[in-house]
Design a protein around this ligand. Structure first.
Ligand code: SUG
Length: 448
């Protein structure tokens, strides 16, 4: 095999906090205004990255963004020096300052949609940063995400980093959280599976009633066109709107796929049988045998799935065969979920090992193991072309932990976001980080 899946996890930024910004994301709403611990959050994420690196998986790091985002605050009319901009926002519109201070870029499953070179017409790896336009605090991520991806995947003969789709509800795009690539092996052609919550231009598709559908069919189709995917290599499915109303704000809260395996809930998609059949047919055409591991409602309810984040897991192929499922500790706390996992891993099925991680700081904002990583399938020569400064290693792990210790607070509340020192702390940390990771100038304060 000369291609691998590389996981790029988001390094949690210094302003990690709970501001209740994501209507439709139950954990975010429930924990709004709780005190956070940015230092612990970053360390929990780094510990997962290092553990998977130590198991032999290829692991990279995506750097956090500059926060508070002064440029966004200026666009909204706050003026003066950078310090004055923050102080005015704190006084006149604390909710807007909180949004501009979110460390939400840590959830890199929402950073972009990625198509490996085996699937694309020009045989380059394509990235489309997600516009994340459903939530203001996330809609400000894509310009920096794009610059970071360009600094990591700079070789234009191998990589193509597109602009985000038009930032408009018709093209609401949440990136890889609603996208899975199936394949026999990571090299060669695969089948890309796009899951949407609603259609913007076609009234025939149903919509959720309570919570927003963040991803549209039209966004999925635009990404497939930009990436040069073939019709035979793409499957579209609509998420069951009733599950969105139950708190499944992204498809990766109800299903996860890897290679030829889809692990999903009985109520994941509309016309589920048709969807599974199309995946099976299209994967067979590129030499893969599709396996669906479906969890029935009688074993785990949608509510239990949302509470435990069972499906917000990572499936990792072991070199000797079989797959590891990486789950958050919350799965252990929901009895029926934990017993389902025990049974599944000993049933003789494709997923035969469980690894549990403490990611509570991220989980309290609705971000589990799968949210924290962006998957990029790369050939060995493509891996060799990635900026080496972003790849996890013994050394980088030690350096980043030390960097976190020196720059991060261990407690942050809503009131602390008004502290003018936070901006300077964040900029100082990121200036050092760009040189640690060899990223050049990627942040607004470095480009000014
Ligand atoms: O977009 N939470 C994120 C969680 C993203 C999870 N990602 C995936 N499922 N792939 C969101 O809702 C909460 C921030 C706050 O409330 O402070 C937040 O943005």
């Amino acid at each position: 095999m000369n291609a691998h899946e590389v996981n790029f996890d988001g390094l949690v930024g210094p302003t990690h906090n709970y501001s209740g910004l994501s209507f439709g994301n139950v954990a975010s709403t429930n924990n709004g205004r709780a005190a956070s611990n940015p230092r612990l959050a970053a360390k929990q994420g780094l510990a997962k990255m290092k553990a998977l690196h130590d198991l032999g998986f290829k692991q990279g790091v995506l750097a956090p963004h500059e926060r508070p985002d002064v440029a966004s605050l200026r666009r909204l009319g706050f003026s003066g020096s950078d310090g004055e901009v923050v102080a005015r926002a704190a006084k006149e519109a604390p909710a807007i300052l909180a949004a501009a201070s979110s460390a939400s870029c840590m959830w890199t499953a929402n950073a972009a949609t990625v198509s490996p070179s085996g699937d694309t017409a020009d045989k380059r790896v394509h990235f489309t940063p997600a516009n994340l336009n459903n939530k203001f605090h996330r809609s400000i991520e894509h310009p920096t995400t794009r610059r970071l991806l360009q600094a990591m995947f700079a070789d234009e003969n191998r990589f193509m980093v597109h602009e985000a789709l038009p930032a408009q509800m018709h093209f609401g795009d949440e990136g890889a959280a609603n996208h899975t690539r199936f394949c026999a092996e990571y090299d060669g052609a695969g089948v890309e599976f796009f899951v949407f919550g609603a259609a913007a231009f076609d009234e025939r598709y149903p919509k959720p009633a309570r919570f927003p559908a963040r991803q549209t069919l039209e966004a999925c189709q635009a990404v497939a066109r930009l990436h040069g995917l073939s019709e035979s290599g793409v499957v579209y499915a609509q998420q069951d709107p009733a599950t969105i109303d139950a708190g499944v704000f992204h498809n990766d809260v109800i299903s996860v796929g890897n290679r030829n395996v889809l692990f999903h809930h009985q109520r994941s998609f509309l016309q589920q049988d048709r969807v599974l059949d199309e995946l099976s047919r299209k994967l067979a055409a590129v030499g893969g045998q599709f396996v669906a591991v479906e969890v029935p409602e009688s074993a785990v309810t949608v509510e239990e799935a949302v509470k435990s984040y069972l499906f917000n897991s990572q499936l990792l192929s072991k070199p000797q065969g079989g797959m590891i499922i990486v789950v958050p500790e919350e799965c252990r706390n929901v009895e029926r979920v934990w017993s389902y996992l025990q049974k599944m891993s000993t049933s003789g099925g494709p997923i035969d090992e469980i690894r549990v991680f403490d990611l509570k700081q991220s989980m309290q904002n609705g971000g589990g193991p799968a949210c924290l990583r962006l998957r990029v399938a790369l050939s060995e020569s493509e891996i060799a072309a990635v900026n080496p400064g972003v790849m996890m290693s013994e050394q980088l792990f030690v350096t980043l932990n030390d960097w976190v210790d020196r720059h991060y607070r261990d407690r942050l509340t809503a009131d602390d976001l008004a502290d003018p020192c936070l901006l300077d702390e964040c900029r100082g940390a990121l200036d050092e980080l760009t040189s640690i990771m060899g990223l050049g100038s990627v942040y607004p304060f470095q480009l000014a």
